[in-house]
Design a protein around this ligand. Sequence first.
Ligand code: 13P
Ligand code: SF4
Length: 322
Amino acid sequence: PLTDAEQADYKRRIAEELKAQNAVLVAHYYTDPLLQSLAEETGGCVSDSLEMARFGRDHPATTLVVAGVRFMGETSKILSPEKRVLMPTLDATCSLDIGCPIDEFSAFCDQHPDRTVVVYANTSAAVKARADWVVTSSCALQIVEHLMDQGQKILWAPDQHLGNYIQRETGADMLLWEGSCIVHEEFKAKALLDLKAVYPDAAILVHPESPMSVIELADAVGSTSQLIKATQTLPNPTFIVATDRGIFYKMQQGAPDKQLIEAPTAGNGATCRSCAHCPWMAMNTLPRLLESLQQGSNEIHVAAELIPRAVQPLERMLNFTR
Ligand code: 13P
Ligand code: SF4
């Protein structure tokens, strides 16, 4: 780990590079708090995947530095092909993206031509190019409701838990791909109930990539930004939080008097604390970020033929949530 002095030195050098290169830092809530605070201090943005996409598209900088996972960098590039998009690492992927390869997905869509194809943002550019709509967990519910009102049947990919949750909430006709997030899948309902018994005043906050048994125990279900908001609006003194622990930086900042507790990720009484952390988000570090800026390395490229098709469902989402 870096010393305090080294952290400060990296932050100073990165801030200088950002300025010199007309670049802006766009970070997700699950990244290291050092990167989140750096984004805040340099006029960048820390947000959920929906607002990262919008911020990058609308910002006048000529270079976007995206701290998060690969699909977030690709989304930024699709929305702003004229901008240079850099990432601290290109190895930061997502189990949902990995679990939805384009060839199989495309064949699945071909088998169900009567269905509107709705994909989660956590997918490759090629999968987005095959979709009618892209959604994130911030807007999936409203968009599916809107499609249902129009009488449309839905093919949903890749997160089965989010898909199940939306299906339950809306009653929409949804055919689900069976992907999952390796981080949220680990939350355990039984251990969560045991923890709640210790903190009876606590509200349980759950990201909808979690299993249904965990969602059923929630006082609030939502995207990262919606869960942060819940810590500011719900009256409870304590929150048990079922999502990546990177989110605690922003939650604590907005609700400094509240007690925040990580939801358990292992059953049988042996709760694992500090385990819910995405290994790919964790690859985003200050040294890698500085190196990328200094060398222009880890630039995101999206195949030119995919961009005109992938941008349509993304713009549709951004317009719908404007
Ligand atoms: P949000 O859109 O809620 O920020 O979620 C992104 C993600 O990858 C959750 O695991
Ligand atoms: Fe993907 Fe899960 Fe990591 Fe989010 S937390 S980027 S869904 S693996």
